[in-house]
Design a protein around this ligand. Structure first.
Ligand SMILES: Nc1ncnc2c1ncn2[C@@H]1O[C@H](COP(=O)(O)OP(=O)(O)O)[C@@H](O)[C@H]1O
Ligand SMILES: [Mg+2]
Length: 254
């Protein structure tokens, strides 16, 4: 089982889109995939066609009030997900208040998964954009971080924050944590800035920058409205092609 946190401390950069569609692409390649919605805004849950106000949310599992079997939902045979519920925002405060058992504040996600029997090849954690306890918990649990980055000039500016956070978590809570992939998203070949940003990213991240690039594609923006991954909404779109290429590359890297 490989646990991957999809994180970037900026909002609107494609984290949820990558989590859903990379997950769906891995599932189509025969991998068993679990997605976890860790953002109180519940965008992933919404994207997969589920009303977060009506489900038992992931927070109840993290709190160990219910078992894994009581909370996971099925998107298809190979892809399951843990939806965010309406109390997920409160978990952030609850973790903050977990003084004096201080260490526990950082390992709530790890502890919940550690005790559960979960048979997946990939667990993808869709992180919130905030630097809070939920994000730190996700990084303290994950083996790797995948950072989606928009091919826009200002996106480079925000990158320092997530790199610094990964460093801190690595030192304090999760020695083995590494940046496994930096994924260019909202790429537009015709736009000079896209090439400039890719060049910079390549210099800094070398082969951790994926060859696969996710192009700007309307179908990717539309598919949440239908509660579907790109493969079920628009299987012939560039979005579907790009995410398939990304999944194949990720599997090859092992
Ligand atoms: N490659 C893309 N092409 C077109 N629209 C995209 C693409 N990636 C993401 N989007 C859209 O951009 C918005 C932000 O993406 P999202 O995945 O929700 O970001 P985050 O989870 O980082 O906040 C959403 O409306 C999404 O549909
Ligand atoms: Mg999101």
């Amino acid at each position: 089982m490989k646990t991957i946190a999809i994180s970037n401390l900026k909002g609107g950069v494609g984290k949820t889109t990558v989590t859903v569609n990379l997950g769906a692409a891995l599932a189509r390649e025969g991998k068993r995939v679990l997605l976890v919605d860790l953002d109180p805004q519940a965008n992933l849950t919404d994207h997969l066609g589920v009303d977060f106000r009506r489900v038992t949310g992931v927070e109840k599992f993290l709190d160990q009030q219910v078992s894994f079997q009581d909370v996971y939902l099925t998107y298809n045979d190979n892809m399951h997900f843990l939806p965010a519920g309406r109390e997920l925002a409160k978990l952030e405060t609850a973790l903050y208040n977990m003084f004096p058992t201080k260490a526990k504040r950082y390992f709530t996600i790890k502890d919940a998964f550690g005790d559960a029997d979960i048979p997946y090849d990939y667990v993808l954690l869709d992180c919130p954009p905030s630097l809070g306890f939920i994000t730190i918990n996700a990084l303290a649990f994950a083996e790797e971080v995948y950072v989606p980055i928009q091919c826009h000039y200002l996106a480079l500016r925000g990158l320092g924050k997530i790199l610094a956070l990964v460093d801190i978590v690595k030192k304090k809570y999760n020695e083995g944590l590494k940046i496994g992939a930096v994924i260019p998203v909202m790429y537009d070949r015709r736009n000079k800035i896209s090439g400039f940003v890719l060049d910079k990213l390549h210099k800094h991240f070398e082969d951790r920058l994926t060859d696969a690039k996710i192009r700007t594609n309307v179908a990717l923006a539309e598919s949440p409205r239908f509660g579907k991954s790109i493969f079920d909404h628009a299987p012939d779109s560039n979005g579907a092609k790009d995410f398939k290429a990304l999944a194949v590359e990720i599997i090859k890297r092992g």
